[in-house]
Design a protein around this ligand. Structure first.
Ligand code: F42
Length: 323
């Protein structure tokens, strides 16, 4: 099992620097930085973190081909590859509908757009001139004027068609889920090739104290619940009333600042389904289950735990060496 960590650049760069180094020292092999226009820029952040780390693979988790042309993504991630001495990886996906709406970007035909973007980025990374006529992207003799090396491309996917595409053209897939049942279903859409990396891009919260770990996960779980399709609740047998409670509590919290009610609305069952939360033994058990259904990398995503630094160290001491 490979281990990755996700960081959101919504904090000052020196905080990320500290956590990135800590993660590397604790045995994480992959670091994924999220990409949303409202946070610090992903490539600027990656460049800094490339200079502050030595061995981890580092990359965007995930870029999208709506806010940046694939040629720009190809050049940006190749710069990170150069600075990091060949450690760059690229996550790419359809992007976040809600943030797109805020800046007037239309979310059309994500499937075909991702396919074309991956083809263009791969081709540009060969260093040869590229002429490409797609539905969205047209390039005429385009070429990057520096040596890029080949960079693994992972596709962020949840829907059945995107999963299928990821397995066909990606070096790996990033699946936003934490429960083995969701991976069993996802696997049915993919024909897994040799060396293809199946990544559980999960919400994780670990602490020696089970209650503390699970409580720390609740706000993140509330957001996941609010954004999940009904199909997922049916799969896990979650009743629609409790989902409505979470959605209402969240809406209310934005208006009133009452986050305590959000906490209370999130059930134990939801914490189990939408996160990997608990003591080191709990976390180990869940990762064993994920391994059995074909997951090859676990990414520890937000919140990590009630105390981020402690949680990273716990992962390094009690979890990563076990796999
Ligand atoms: N989004 C971000 O914006 N920033 C991040 O940092 C980020 C990180 C991240 C990490 C892991 C991960 O798995 C996802 C992440 N995301 C992030 C979310 C990501 O960008 C996507 O929103 C998310 O993966 C959802 O995408 P999806 O795979 O479910 O694909 C959507 C688009 C979907 O509906 N897919 C359908 C399917 O079955 O797979 C297919 C839809 C379809 O068929 N469309 C057709 C087409 O051509 O695209 C036609 C539709 C038309 O428009 O006519």
């Amino acid at each position: 099992m490979r281990f990755g960590v996700e960081f959101v650049p919504n904090v000052k760069y020196y905080e990320l620097e500290y956590y990135a180094k800590l993660a590397e020292d604790n045995g994480f092999g992959y670091m994924w930085i999220t990409d949303h226009y409202n946070n610090r820029n992903v490539y600027a952040t990656l460049t800094l973190l490339a200079m502050r780390t030595r061995e981890m693979k580092i990359g965007a988790g995930v870029a999208n081909p709506y806010l940046a042309h694939p040629a720009v993504i190809a050049s940006a991630i190749a710069t990170v590859n150069e600075v990091s001495g060949g450690r760059a990886i690229l996550g790419i996906a359809a992007g976040d509908k809600v943030t797109f709406e805020r800046i007037g970007v239309k979310w059309e035909k994500p499937l075909s757009r991702i396919k074309e973007a991956v083809e263009v980025i791969r081709a540009l990374h060969t260093g040869k001139p590229l002429s490409y006529e797609g539905e969205f992207f047209n390039l005429k003799g385009a070429k990057l004027d520096f040596k890029t090396g080949s960079i693994p491309i992972y596709i962020g996917a949840q829907g059945p068609k995107m999963l299928k595409l990821a397995a066909e053209i990606g070096d790996g897939v990033l699946i936003n889920a934490s429960h083995p049942k969701d991976f069993e279903v996802a696997m049915k859409n993919m024909e897994i090739r040799e060396n293809f990396d199946v990544v559980a891009y999960a919400s994780l919260s670990i602490d020696k104290n089970r209650e503390k770990a699970r409580n720390a996960a609740k706000i993140v779980v509330a957001f996941i619940v609010a954004g999940s399709p009904d199909l997922v609740f049916e799969r896990h047998g979650v009743d629609t009333g409790s989902v409505e409670n979470v959605r209402n509590a969240l809406n209310n919290a934005f208006a009133t600042g009452d986050w305590k009610s959000v906490h209370e609305a999130v059930t134990d069952e939801m914490v189990d389904i939408f996160s990997i939360s608990g003591t080191p033994d709990d976390v180990k058990e869940r990762i064993e289950e994920l391994k059995k259904v074909g997951v090859t990398q676990v990414v520890a995503g937000s919140p990590l735990g009630p105390d981020k630094a402690k949680s990273i160290k716990l992962m390094g001491k009690e979890i990563i060496p076990e796999f």
